[in-house]
Design a protein around this ligand. Structure first.
Ligand code: NAD
Length: 484
């Protein structure tokens, strides 16, 4: 029997037969054909520039375990390269290459001046103690340092599936131990760090928040919504979110705060469904208390978790794993808009089925780019060695106070206390980060939409996003002198 691809094993479906990297390249090819890209340039952009495969020993209990890991730098057209590190026993080279390529296109789409990269450590973090995980992370970092695969000017990792700010702090500390004496920008070697270790406020929620800003912008275009039989705005939309982790939880929270109704949540062990909506904070609290979303009193628990994808809703946000929408279930999806919170949640074949049904697919490389956008802000903070807003905050406050006082004098009346407090609220670092993120998501969506309008053969947003991204990478290579 043919061996199942790792992505198929991971998502538990039998339909994801095209390897992930090939699937990313199929989407690329569709876009490069639409824009009649030079074949040599297309080959250059698609290929992974550096693939580093490592096997390293780590003492685990009384045994020495040999751990497989990767770091892939997909494109050096801009440096540093950037991308998360996935801790998963299903991770493999093909997956890391695919995710690194997606990072290149993602950074270009949202105008983050980095090349794409990705890392993977082939372990199930649940099988290790915190001390063992720290040893694995530090050893992995040392291996990256050895071959110059990490550094604020070279390659900057971040969290991904199975890793978080704790691991990023260990990476930063290991890098500083080796390089701190010679690299004043050393803290910029990794992003997604805790605030006290050089992180930036707003990073934890950034990807989910970006999903919200992106979808808000998507549904704001009345003519696009009309084609789907929807009205503009989030307010009357019913939304299902699959995956209630970092991306899914924050996306659901902000989408609900934005006025939509969350009717479904899918997790690994079960799903929740209530056509009248459920309170996201209450679900979050229930999970903190019981360890699962199961039996949340405000919704029906569905034992077959993947059936949540097929329930009626306006917007479906898969925010857990890749290839969860495949040839076997694409036809059963009822959502009119699918916003990809996760990386690669729709297989290439499934997307063709969805597009024929008239579903608007908002692609991962745009919609989940909030994380890398705010990572870019964190990196800027690290290399500029100052918190955002520190220099101008007090001056802004003084100027606004003078302006408000003058307005009151001119109008001959005082603002109410609430209005005055609102006007005189100085921007915090988090306000600035969120504002930069919202602006980035709005600008990038309009560039993608513009590419779709410029190329008649770009019939879907993924192809348009690839075009918007490829155009920028093409310009970089042309200006570097590789292509006329
Ligand atoms: P996470 O580990 O915080 O959350 C994933 C959630 O999905 C967990 O709650 C997990 O229990 C759940 N899950 C696992 N298997 C499932 C299944 N079969 N059905 C439903 N739920 C399941 O990970 P994350 O950081 O939220 O990442 C999720 C996805 O988003 C990944 O594809 C990742 O690459 C992508 N992404 C993450 C970021 C980021 O900043 N964290 C940025 C861009 C893209």
């Amino acid at each position: 029997m043919a061996k199942k691809s790792a992505t198929a094993k991971k998502s538990g479906n039998e339909h994801a037969t095209v390897p992930f990297f090939q699937s990313v390249n199929l989407s690329f090819d569709k876009a490069s054909a639409a824009m009649k890209l030079d074949e040599g340039l297309a080959r250059l952009i698609k290929s992974c520039n550096s693939v580093y495969q490592i096997q390293f020993p780590v003492q685990v209990g009384k045994e020495v375990e040999v751990i497989s890991a990767w770091r892939v730098e997909h494109s050096h057209h801009k440096l540093p390269t950037k991308g998360g590190i996935r801790y998963s026993e299903m991770v493999n080279q093909d997956e890391v290459m695919a995710l690194a390529a997606l990072m290149t296109y993602k950074c270009a789409v949202v105008n983050v001046p980095f090349g794409g990269a990705k890392g993977g450590i082939c372990i199930n973090p649940k099988n290790y103690t915190e001390e063992q995980l720290e040893r694995i992370t530090r050893r992995y970092t040392a291996e990256l340092i050895k071959k110059n695969f990490i550094g604020p000017q070279v390659d900057v990792p971040a969290p991904d599936y199975g890793s978080g700010e704790r691991e990023m702090a260990w990476i930063a500390d290991t890098y500083m131990a080796f390089k701190g004496g010679e690299d004043i920008n050393g803290l910029g070697c990794v992003t997604g760090k805790p605030i006290a270790q050089g992180g930036v406020r707003g990073r934890t929620a950034a990807t989910g928040r970006g999903v919200y800003y992106g979808l808000k912008e998507v549904v704001s275009h009345a003519d696009d919504m009309k084609k789907l039989g929807l009205t503009p705005g989030l307010e009357d939309k019913k939304v299902i979110v699959q995956g209630f982790g970092n991306v899914g939880y924050y996306a659901a929270k902000f989408i609900q705060e934005g006025g939509a109704t969350i009717v479904g949540i899918g997790e690994w062990d079960c799903a929740l469904y209530n056509p009248n909506g459920m309170d996201i904070e209450a679900v979050h609290q229930h999970r903190l208390e019981t360890g699962s979303i199961k039996d949340f009193p405000g919704a029906k628990t569905l034992a077959r978790t993947n059936t949540i994808l097929e329930k009626p809703c306006d917007i479906l946000v898969p925010a857990a794993l890749e290839n969860v929408i495949h040839q076997g279930n694409a036809d059963k999806i009822k959502a009119k808009i699918i916003g990809e919170g996760a990386n690669g949640p729709i297989s290439f074949a499934a997307e063709q089925i969805l597009l024929e049904k008239g579903v608007l697919v908002v692609p991962d490389m745009y919609l989940n780019a909030g994380g890398v956008t705010v990572s870019y802000f964190e990196w800027l903070k690290n290399i500029s060695h100052i918190r955002f807003g520190r220099m101008e905050r007090r001056l802004d406050l003084i100027r606004t106070t003078e302006l408000v006082d003058s307005l009151e004098a001119l109008a001959g009346r005082k603002f109410g206390e609430k209005e005055r407090n609102m006007l005189l609220r100085a921007s915090s670092e988090e306000d600035l980060v969120n504002s930069g993120l919202e602006d980035t998501m709005i600008e990038a969506y309009n560039e993608v939409r513009d590419a779709k309008n410029r190329y008649r053969s770009a019939k879907d947003l993924r192809t348009a996003a690839y075009i918007a991204s490829i155009e920028k990478i093409q310009t970089a290579y042309q200006q570097l002198g590789f292509f006329p």
